[in-house]
Write a protein that binds this ligand. Structure first.
Ligand code: GRF
Length: 188
């Protein structure tokens, strides 16, 4: 059974789905929820599920060893980024080679990189006149949002779509695909 650490900065709807998924599928367990924001909704989700949490201190995360020791001593095998807004320090990426995956709410390599998160992504996709959008689940390497893509899923964009309706379509894709993808990945 692989031990997962989920890193998240926000509401945590993806985290909630992943926790539920692995209650049924015992290939992995969510052993830790990590956040850079003590007020993040994701921490409440961890608490009600009796999952330990870790709040990151910016200086330690970026100048220290990226909390590698804490993660290794917790026996973490895989790091899952589910809406985590800080770029990972190289020390952390190198300590978990090909063991860190991220979900991005667009079809990379387009609409990725700095500043491309949350509704900013959907605004850019709609402004570009794209006829479809989707999600990308990818390995995390030292280039932001540039790691090898593991899977993508698409949704159509129609003329009535706005940022909210597109965000909703994307969230549905995330909630459907992230957990099974993590499961396949954790059995490798
Ligand atoms: C998701 O849209 C994900 O694609 C992005 O951050 C968001 C997290 O949403 N990386 P939630 O906090 O899981 O609801």
């Amino acid at each position: 059974m692989k031990k997962l650490a989920i890193f998240a900065s926000g509401t945590g709807t993806n985290t909630a789905k992943i926790i539920e998924h692995f209650k049924e599928n015992k290939t992995s367990i969510v052993a830790l929820v990590v956040s850079n924001k003590s007020s993040a909704g994701v921490l409440k989700i961890a608490e009600v599920n009796h999952i330990p949490t870790l709040i990151l201190q910016k200086e330690i995360f970026f100048q220290g060893n990226g909390y590698v020791n804490e993660l290794k001593s917790a026996g973490i095998d895989i790091i899952v980024l589910a809406g985590f807004l800080w770029q990972l320090p190289v020390s952390l990426i190198r300590a978990f080679p090909k063991k860190i995956i991220n979900i991005h709410p667009a079809l990379l390599p387009k609409f990725g990189g700095k500043g491309m998160y949350g509704n900013h992504v959907h605004e850019a996709v709609l402004a570009s006149g794209e006829k479809e959008s989707g999600i990308s689940i990818h390995f995390v390497d030292e280039q932001y949002d540039r790691g090898q893509i593991i899977m993508q899923a698409k949704c159509s964009i129609n003329k009535n779509d706005d940022v909210h309706s597109l965000a909703n379509k994307i969230h549905q894709l995330e909630h459907r695909h992230f957990s099974p993808t993590i499961e396949v990945f954790s059995t490798l």
